[in-house]
Design a protein around this ligand. Structure first.
Ligand SMILES: [Zn+2]
Length: 187
C-alpha cells in the first residue's frame, strides 16, 4: 500500500533481515510508484494492488545497488502463483532484463550479473512447506496489503495467506495468536 509507510511490512522486513544475518539491509523510497487502485485505474485481469511496470523499476534499482556494492546476484521471491497473474515475473521478462542490465553496465557484464528466482517453480503452499522445513520465522513474515502494525485478516493478501497455510498443512503462528486474541476477548 502506498497510502503511507507500511509499518508492519517494514518491521517484518527488518526482523527477517536480522534473522538471515544480512550484512547490509537497505530500504529505498519510491513514493511516486502507485498501485493501480490508488491511481483510480483497473487493468484487465489484474488486482487493484498491481503497480504498472513494478518489476522493471524494482530490478533496475536493485541493479544500480548491485553495481555499487559489488554484488553478482539479484534474487527475487516470485512464486508460480504470481506468474499466473503478472506478466513481469515471467522468464521472458527476466531473461531480457538480465541482458538489458548487462548491456547497460560494463561492470555488471564483466561480473556476469544474474537474476535468480529460486521460488519460481513453486506454488504458495509449496513455498510455505519449504519455509517450514528451513525454519523460517513465520512470525516475522508479512502478507497484509493494509498499512497496519498487525495483519487485518480481511484483505486479499491476508486471505491468500490463510488459504495457502491451510493447503500446505502448516500452522501459521500469526493466525494462531489471532485466534487466541479472539477467544480471550469472548471469555
Ligand atoms: Zn490484510
Amino acid at each position: 500500500m502506498f497510502h503511507g509507510i507500511a509499518r508492519g511490512e517494514l518491521k517484518a522486513a527488518r526482523e527477517v533481515g536480522k534473522a538471515v544475518g544480512a550484512r547490509e539491509h537497505r530500504f529505498v523510497r519510491l513514493p511516486d510508484l502507485k498501485e493501480a487502485g490508488d491511481l483510480g485505474l483497473r487493468f484487465a485481469g489484474l488486482p487493484a494492488t498491481y503497480i504498472p511496470m513494478r518489476n522493471a523499476v524494482f530490478y533496475s534499482f536493485a541493479a544500480s545497488i548491485a553495481e555499487e556494492t559489488g554484488a553478482s546476484y539479484i534474487v527475487g521471491g516470485h512464486n508460480k502463483d504470481d506468474l499466473r497473474v503478472f506478466r513481469d515475473v515471467g522468464p521472458t521478462f527476466f531473461e531480457s532484463l538480465e541482458a538489458t542490465i548487462r548491456a547497460g553496465s560494463d561492470t555488471l557484464r564483466q561480473r556476469r550479473l544474474k537474476i535468480l528466482r529460486p521460488l519460481a517453480s513453486r506454488t504458495k503452499p509449496e513455498v510455505i512447506r519449504l519455509a517450514a522445513s528451513l525454519g523460517v520465522p513465520f512470525r516475522s513474515t508479512w502478507s497484509c496489503h493494509q498499512d497496519g502494525i498487525r495483519h487485518c485478516w480481511k484483505c486479499e493478501g491476508c486471505l491468500s495467506r490463510v488459504r495457502s497455510f491451510a493447503e500446505a498443512g502448516v500452522t501459521d503462528p500469526l493466525s494462531v495468536s489471532r485466534t487466541g486474541e479472539f477467544s480471550r476477548r469472548k471469555a
